[in-house]
Design a protein around this ligand. Sequence first.
Ligand SMILES: Nc1ncnc2c1ncn2[C@@H]1O[C@H](COP(=O)(O)OP(=O)(O)OP(=O)(O)O)[C@@H](O)[C@H]1O
Length: 292
Amino acid sequence: MLHIDNVYKTYGSRTAVDGVTLQLTPGVVGLVGHNGAGKSTLLHLLATLTRPTRGQLLLDGQDIVARPDVMRQRLGYLPQDFGVYPHLTALEFLSYFAALKGVRNAARLHELLALVNLQDQAHQPAIAFSGGMRQRLGIAQALLNDPDVLIVDEPTAGLDPEERLRFRRLLGDLGQRRLVLLSTHIASDIENLASRIAVMRQGRLLAFESPQSFIEAAQGRVWRVQLSSAAAGRLPATVQMLQAQPVGDGLLLRLAHDTRPCMDAEPVQPTLEEALALLQAQAGADRVAEAA
Ligand SMILES: Nc1ncnc2c1ncn2[C@@H]1O[C@H](COP(=O)(O)OP(=O)(O)OP(=O)(O)O)[C@@H](O)[C@H]1O
């Protein structure tokens, strides 16, 4: 459906997106990577807010660089820094965006408020809303034109756990019949939601797999052991510390290493977050080795 073909985006001497190729089909796709990995730039390119320096972006075979209107008609977009007008009510806010987008169906506004569970707040000013309620209003705005492609950039940052869960469920529902592309720093946001995850690092696409495949790739490389702080300090430098939880007078550690890192370490099932951390660390080490 959405084909990203060898796309580059440079700003002066900085390459924000470095030859990314991806084929995206309906469902929820997670986009992860460290700060500055190029996630937002890639989303801006897809949302036709900026143009690639090189490469092609095709929606069902149509070139959206040459014809951004093709994408814009079918796109819903919730940017990272989405702001509401604090004195407009939820309904007024949606009406305003509906007018901008040429949507004239008043019933649709109420339908959308119900979909994002804000029907009871329709006449309340957004200044009274929690972060999660604002994000849900942002999603309602993005759905006005019933898009086939929904792009959401870091939507759960700053939300409390309950709001985050609710937001995830909403995105899961929305991904049943459209492409939802979701960028996030939080692995648990996509663990049970995304069918595939694209990992970016320094502008490049590192991997594009199912959450299960990432976990399987890390299997046999994550260990748990309880050690004194002094013993933990003596672990070889090649051991990556994933988690250190103080217990009694020692530390309960989760470690990453290709082989058993110390005598009492036992293998454990990697979490998605650990699997992604391992992948990124490996890519960093490969890069250092290449440069040497
Ligand atoms: N308009 C711009 N002008 C110059 N450099 C830019 C611009 N936009 C992005 N960059 C640079 O491109 C790189 C990728 O940035 P981008 O915001 O896409 O990363 P990101 O993965 O979304 O990071 P974050 O998770 O922090 O939002 C960074 O080095 C950034 O400084």
